[in-house]
Design a protein around this ligand. Structure first.
Ligand SMILES: Cc1cc2nc3c(=O)[nH]c(=O)nc-3n(C[C@H](O)[C@H](O)[C@H](O)COP(=O)(O)O)c2cc1C
Length: 356
């Protein structure tokens, strides 16, 4: 297998999703059929990267995308976690093996097309065939729970409304939001473009100004009901305006880095299958992440009331989804029909992801 072919595989796999488009991976080419993927996570400075789990899920999405991309060139891929590599800097050895006659994976043509849709979608229900395909895509180790009726979507809209209040009043989350949005952009190589976050242009300009400092945010939140407009546009309306919310639940509680990587593999197959079915998807990971903090008994804010709010949100989430306190949840999202988003995250150039 030549170097050009390897570069083509890596170039396509770059389109794997990652939380806030962080792309927590770099590629070291060890041979024309062997890449070391140097993963990293952002737990030290990103509130949402709880114990690096979302980054590890992104690593799984990348590994699955490498496999799918390689299938387009009659190559199987095999991966292994390099023994001794630390959880916060895991190295995955990925090898590509010739497999003459191998058919391209049916998800291949959706790798670059898959995209987040954060705006309202149509409410037409999913068909039984679509549900079935999505359940199969998640694989045998993850169950799929749909919340489709209007009543369920309304309840989740209420939950996401309160969830957004935590997000918007938490200074530790503010520091992340300030870094990850590229305001005024339609496409962003290394962040979320302002146009893709899902608010109207006037609210976007106001948010950009307010987010210039925490003092402004706190003032707006306290005296001018500053959380209302973004919560309506980013959380409440989209939660209703979709076909369903979907929860991916691992069959056994994930404990190791590899478990979260496996979950990321399932997530990517699920998301690409949704794309193949003509659906759009938006991850809704913050209620899952706040529940991780709450159930681990870990404080995440200097604002005293926030941990208590996260704990009661976790209990409501569990009641809505019929979860025990100890039940694991891997991925939560909403799904539906909509036009292609006008704005999206793109990716760093391959040359910037290659370690020389
Ligand atoms: C593990 C994980 C968690 C994510 N969480 C959220 C989320 O809570 N809300 C959201 O709008 N997007 C979320 N995303 C979507 C990313 O922001 C998105 O994949 C990334 O910016 C790249 O954009 P693209 O998927 O449109 O190519 C998440 C993605 C991953 C892989």
């Amino acid at each position: 297998m030549g170097r050009d072919l390897l570069l083509k595989i890596l170039d396509l796999a770059r389109w794997a999703p990652s939380g806030d488009n962080t792309q927590p991976w770099r590629f070291e080419i060890l041979a024309d059929d062997h890449v070391a993927v140097h993963g990293f996570d952002t737990r030290e400075h990103v509130l949402y990267d709880f114990d690096g789990r979302p980054s590890q899920m992104a690593h799984g999405a990348l590994i699955e995308t490498l496999r799918i991309a390689a299938s387009g060139f009659e190559r199987l891929s095999e991966w292994s976690l390099r023994p001794g590599s630390p959880d916060n800097a895991p190295i995955y050895d990925v090898r590509f093996l010739p497999s003459p006659g191998l058919s391209p994976d049916p998800l291949l043509s959706y790798v670059e097309k898959r995209v987040v849709q954060r705006r309202p979608m149509r409410m037409s229900p999913l068909t039984a065939e679509q549900r079935h395909a999505l359940v199969l895509a998640a694989g045998p180790d993850h169950s799929v729970q749909f919340f489709a009726g209007l009543g369920e979507r309304l309840k989740l809209a209420g939950l996401l409304w309160d969830n957004a209040y935590i997000r918007l009043t938490c200074p530790e989350a503010f520091r992340v939001h300030r870094e990850i949005i590229e305001w005024g952009a339609r496409f962003s190589e290394d962040r979320l473009p302002g146009e893709a976050i899902g608010v109207d242009p006037v609210t976007a300009r106001l948010m950009q100004w307010v987010m210039g400092s925490w003092t402004r945010v706190a003032f707006f939140n306290r005296y001018l009901m500053g959380t209302i407009a973004p919560r309506i546009q980013l959380d409440f309306i989209p939660a209703i305006a979709c076909s369903a919310h979907v929860l991916l639940r691992p069959g056994k509680t994930p404990r190791t880095l590899t478990d979260y990587v496996e979950t990321g593999i399932a997530m990517q197959r699920f998301w690409l299958t949704a794309t193949a079915l003509g659906l759009h998807l938006q991850p809704e990971m913050t209620p899952v992440i706040f529940r991780w903090y709450a159930r681990a008994g870990r404080s995440f804010s200097v604002v005293p009331k926030i941990d208590g709010r996260a704990a009661s949100l976790a209990s409501r989430f569990e009641a809505l989804a019929g979860l025990e306190r100890s039940d694991a949840v891997a991925f939560f999202c909403r799904i539906g029909y909509s036009a292609e988003p006008r704005s999206r995250s793109i990716r760093k150039k391959l040359a910037d992801l290659l370690l020389s």
